[in-house]
Ligand binder design. Structure first.
Ligand code: UDP
Ligand code: MG
Length: 309
């Protein structure tokens, strides 16, 4: 038996059919460690909590907490980190898309000195063409904008040393784009490669709008370049506007008989300036909404029930 404590955090949202299959694969693998498994029920409406409580009856290393409503995957992970006690903490999806078998390799890399061990997707055959493409575009875009490169093909399946868990737990910010925050720390990282499997049961909870929100969160919390872009757009449109003014005045003076035409120029000008204004106001609005959420200081989640935590 190893002497360190290994925590495995599993966020769950309507995963009733996945709890038993996950534990059947996970528990035998963890037998050689001193471990705890922490389920964070992110406001499930099905029998997820019932399934977990049944499992706790048989194995008291399993722990459980639930939220009053769905606060989101990143919040479930955040609370998981806060309630974990392990010397290292692994976060894993409940739907068996992240194969638990690579945990040994992850722990080994951690024992050899890595503070962060990412599970990196070698292949994504099972994900839809759309998901693959949007994910690739997102990472390219965010890495173009952000000062801290976020590793590609890496999700929330990772191992963190206690030091980094502590760093995350102490962070005062409300917004939690965890993979960005971990990358931001710049800790020595290692990779373990795996093939992403098909979801065991149920459907994905990341709808298109949730994915878009998640991407927006990532971009806004890790880059102020969009604001810079807004200024550049402002400068460019002001420059073009200035040329337009010169053109209009000179035209009026030099070619008085020609005037009156120019409806197209007027229309194009109004549309262009209007578009730039709306875009830049939108960008500014995104940052203001983020500031608003930060200063409201509302709790990030509300805990309904805990067991063994
Ligand atoms: N999840 C969660 N809260 C949510 C959405 C998802 O706790 O609001 C959990 C979900 O139960 C799963 C993990 O986060 O364990 C990953 O979600 P999912 O499999 O739906 O995402 P995908 O793999 O399709 O990106
Ligand atoms: Mg999944």
């Amino acid at each position: 038996m190893q002497t360190f404590l290994l925590s495995v955090v599993v966020p769950v949202f309507n995963e009733e059919k996945n709890i038993t299959p996950l534990l059947d694969r996970l528990v035998p693998l963890l037998a050689q460690y001193n471990y705890e498994i922490i389920f964070i029920d992110d406001g499930s409406k099905d029998k997820t909590s019932h399934e977990i409580k049944n499992a706790i009856e048989k194995n008291d290393r399993i722990k459980y907490a639930s939220f009053y409503r769905n606060f989101g995957h990143q919040m479930a992970l955040t609370y998981g980190y806060r309630s974990s006690k392990g010397d290292c903490v692994i976060t894993i999806d409940a739907d068996l898309q992240d194969p638990p078998e690579i945990i040994h390799e992850m722990v080994e890399k951690w024992q050899n000195g890595a503070k962060v061990v990412y599970a990196k997707r070698k292949a994504r055959e099972v994900d839809s063409f759309f998901k693959k493409k949007t994910a690739a575009c997102f990472y390219r875009f965010i890495n173009f904008l952000s000062e801290t490169p976020i590793p590609e093909e890496v999700g929330d399946y990772r191992l963190l040393d206690r030091e980094i868990v502590q760093f995350l737990n102490n962070l005062p910010e409300q917004s939690r784009f965890l993979r960005g925050l971990v990358a931001w720390g710049g800790y020595p990282a290692e990779y373990v490669y795996f093939k992403r499997e098909k979801r065991n049961a149920g459907v994905t909870h990341y709808t298109f709008s949730k994915m878009l929100n998640f991407a927006m969160e990532g971009i806004i919390s890790f880059s102020t370049k969009p604001l810079r872009l807004a200024s550049y757009l402002g400068f460019a449109s002001a420059g073009i506007g200035f040329l337009g003014i010169l053109y209009a005045i000179l035209g009026r003076i030099l070619l008085p008989s020609y005037w009156v035409t120019g409806w197209t120029a007027l229309f194009v000008g109004i549309m262009f300036v209007g578009g730039v204004q709306l875009l830049t106001i939108g960008i500014i609005g995104e940052y203001i909404s983020r500031i608003y959420k930060e200063i409201q200081r509302r709790p990030q989640y509300l805990i309904k029930e805990t067991k063994n935590i």
